[in-house]
Design a protein around this ligand. Structure first.
Ligand code: ATP
Length: 282
């Protein structure tokens, strides 16, 4: 029985509206049947929210996103404990085709454009789903150009020659053509100049509000991500160390010192970090 079926007298739609879009309950993720990458994490993305997933390299952020979108299965990742729910349905260990059909689009780390294809051809790839090609119509592109008008000027440019910022716009625009309900973004700010990061993040907020797309953003740029997020989780060593509404999280001492660098002496990063973590648990 799904969570929505247990919702009593409310209609299915009402029940669905009140459920988180995605929810992880005490999830453990193992690669190759023996490497424990994530343990005992519980988190949720409420409908319409932007959720920040923060943490240092190797913390497990990408692994979490990949197991939500189903891509982790192709890397021999498996949820070995706990459950993943999508709109109340148990989708634990579902594959990527099913998750795309349910409305999940995952923008992988590293701006994965098809370099030898033009910008237009890359956008057209956004119309393929589960091996099927949707009928192409210029209107399908319009959502991409509404948010990233610059792309219309470089439609015939090979994507490999586009700048980093243009490539990031392209992967977000291509994802929008899927009309996702949940957009997962892995390191959208990586390697971009601060002004470009600001522009892209502002556009993500517009998309979130105007298209009602729920987002989970895994990023090392804690400051910017928390600025646009509603809620935030901080991962370390495969576990969630902190979680709070984004504005509360941004004010926490650990976050200021370790991730934002706006408080105290951060020169002995490891010492301070371990001291703080010890202090929190004692
Ligand atoms: P980064 O910001 O560097 O991408 P991350 O927080 O996203 O870090 P993950 O990439 O999820 O972290 O990695 C979590 C752990 O799982 C790391 O120890 C990593 O080496 C391991 N890992 C990631 N992908 C795989 C894989 N395909 N097979 C085996 N181990 C993996």
């Amino acid at each position: 029985m799904t969570a929505s079926e247990t919702a009593g007298s409310t209609t299915a739609t009402d029940a669905e509206e009140s459920l988180p879009v995605v929810e992880l309950d005490n999830v453990e993720i193992v690669y190759d049947r023996h490497f424990l990458a994530v343990q005992g994490i519980s988190m949720a993305a409420e409908r319409g929210d932007i959720v920040a997933l923060l943490g240092p390299n190797g913390a497990g952020k990408s692994t979490v996103l990949k197991m939500i979108s189903g891509i982790g299965r192709s890397e021999r990742g498996e949820v070995t404990r706990g459950s993943v729910f999508y709109n109340g349905d148990d989708v634990t260990n579902s594959g990527p085709n099913e998750m795309v059909d349910r409305g999940v689009t995952h923008i992988l780390e590293g701006r994965r454009v098809f370099e030898d294809l033009t910008v237009e051809e890359n956008l057209r790839c956004g119309l393929y789903r589960g091996g099927r090609r949707f009928r192409f119509d210029k209107e399908d592109y319009q959502i991409a150009f509404d948010y990233f008008p610059q792309l219309e000027e470089i439609l015939n440019l090979k994507a490999g020659y586009a700048s980093g910022g243009q490539q990031q716009m392209l992967v977000v625009a291509r994802a929008l053509i899927h009309r996702p309900e949940l957009l997962l973004l892995d390191e959208p700010s990586l390697g971009l100049a601060p002004k470009l990061v600001q522009d892209i993040f502002e556009t993500l907020v517009e998309i979130n509000r105007e298209e009602d797309i729920t987002m989970i953003i895994a990023d090392q740029n804690a400051k910017r991500t928390l600025e646009i997020a509603d809620y935030g989780y901080v991962m370390e060593n495969g576990q969630i160390e902190l979680n709070d509404p984004a504005d509360v999280l941004a004010e926490r001492e650990e976050i200021k010192e370790f991730y934002l660098g706006t408080s105290g002496d951060t020169s002995r990063y490891e010492d301070i970090r371990h001291y703080k973590i010890r202090k929190r648990w004692t």
